[in-house]
Design a protein around this ligand. Structure first.
Ligand code: GUN
Ligand code: ZN
Length: 447
């Protein structure tokens, strides 16, 4: 199936919110774009025009308009870190990272040797992602090549822009779930050749984290990155104090956690590191210089008791680091990016800071796209971008309708309050419709 096939010209009218720049560095008036009565024009799955309804209406008078009154349309949400294989073990009780991995994660991931199981979970995963308004994600599969095939086959059927890869682990995990440097290399290479840039799909080489890869395996990862320079690298870093101490023991010659990856040649512009709770100042600086990204996963960091991510430090002017939101299910407790933004607000509050809805929703859209080096394709409504967008209902429940009486908003200033209400109270009930490459992929029945 071609990713962007022949579709008639479409026009969608509603209120629109997106970002043209980063509100962490640029005033909201110059970075947030709110059009209270706008028109989005889509042709063959690509945005071809966008602006005020009154300005564009005469130009498109010949095409039927789909109108969403009293709704807010945003670019599809972007999840920069999630494990599809952990769908079925979300909310596992009582442990922190290392014990949680051994007790719950590894036995669950073992099942993905069976392609039929992987297919079943991939279908459930995408159903859930879409109903939560997430249209792009950077996703861990498992060590089994079958898990990657199942994932990409289902993503391809749904024409989603997705990034994933086979997990690499050659030590400190049960035999039933490990590979070797050689099989890691050979299997990854075949999967890259099969899936990278196949339609909207992209490949990420995926060493799980430093403790489960030998230095030899990390070097095979570097070899893959050299052979295929436009693929991604995804892994975990500095999530938990015991993990950080273990990495220091396992790699005594390294100057710190990030240095383990750096010495192997894994720290670059298309590297996305999940968590980074315990990064040092020097490590933040190095990530900034390397233009690498961090996936901020607040629901996971609170659930596993890992700690509080220093968003203000990551988004400093001196050493800015690209940041996106990650749900990190199954350590994360929700697939909802609205929930993730809600918990990010609380993580900021615990550090004496306030995360505005505009900043949070920037991380959920254009910020996530930049973290994934996809800002030329997704993340806002600029013409030329792929038409992945969601229709939000800020009054989806009785409570939300009462809290958000001031919506629809006529101006950016008026939007701030109901938007914060949506971020703090919203979930899948607020995601009324989801469009993928211009096609309606999900719609809530009228309540
Ligand atoms: N570190 C290594 N593997 C994992 C994982 O599956 N989840 C989380 N949250 N951290 C990890
Ligand atoms: Zn993770």
């Amino acid at each position: 199936m071609p990713a962007f096939d022949n579709q008639p010209l479409q026009a969608i009218r509603s209120a629109f919110l997106d970002f043209t720049d980063d509100p962490f560095y640029t005033a909201e008036s110059d970075s947030v774009r709110y059009i209270s009565d706008g028109l989005l024009i889509v042709e063959n799955g690509i945005i071809t025009d966008f602006g005020e309804y009154n300005t564009l209406r005469s130009q498109y008078a010949h095409i039927p308009i789909t109108t969403y009154p009293d709704r807010l349309i945003m670019p599809g949400f972007i999840d920069t870190h999630v494990h599809y294989s952990q769908y079925e073990m979300i909310a596992a009780y009582g442990e922190q990272l290392l014990e949680w991995l051994s007790k719950y994660v590894f036995p669950t991931e073992r099942k993905f040797k069976d392609k039929a199981h992987a297919e079943k979970i991939a279908t459930l995963f995408f159903d859930e992602l879409i109903k939560q308004g997430t249209t792009t994600a950077l996703v861990f599969a498992t060590v089994h090549p079958e898990s990657v095939d199942a994932f990409f086959e289902e993503a391809s059927r749904r024409n989603l822009r997705m990034i994933s890869g086979k997990v690499l682990m050659d030590r400190n995990a049960p035999d039933y779930i490990t590979d070797t440097p050689e099989t890691a290399y050979e299997d990854s290479k075949k999967l890259i050749q099969k899936w990278h840039k196949n339609g909207r799909l992209l490949y990420a080489v995926t060493p799980r984290f430093a403790p489960t890869s030998t230095p030899e395996q990390l070097h095979t990862v570097a070899k893959l990155l050299q052979e295929f320079p436009d693929i991604y690298l995804q892994t975990h870093i500095s999530e938990n104090k015991k993990e950080v101490a273990w990495v220091a023991e396992l790699f005594p010659e390294s100057q710190g956690y990030l240095d383990v990856y750096d010495r192997a040649g894994l720290v670059g512009e298309k590297s996305i590191f999940a968590h980074g709770i315990h990064l040092t100042d020097a490590e933040f600086e190095r990530l900034s210089n390397a233009k690498s990204a961090i996936a901020f996963c607040p629901t996971s960091n609170l659930f596993l008791g890992s700690g509080l991510f220093k968003l203000t430090q990551a988004k400093s002017s001196q050493h800015p680091v690209k940041v996106g939101f990650g749900t990190d299910v199954g350590a994360g407790t929700s697939f909802s990016i609205l929930h993730t933004a809600h918990e990010a607000y609380k993580v900021a509050q615990l550090q004496g800071e306030s995360l505005s809805a505009f900043k949070a929703l920037y991380l959920a859209t254009l910020g996530g796209a930049k973290a994934l080096s996809l800002e030329d394709k997704i993340g806002n409504f600029n013409p030329g971008k792929e038409a992945d967008f969601i229709v939000l209902d800020p009054k989806a429940t009785t409570l939300m309708a009462t809290r958000n009486q001031s919506f629809p908003a006529q101006s950016l200033e008026e939007l701030a309050q109901p938007l914060f209400g949506l971020m703090m109270l919203g979930d899948d009930r607020a995601i009324q419709a989801v469009y993928i490459a211009g096609k309606l992929a999900h719609s809530l029945a009228a309540i």
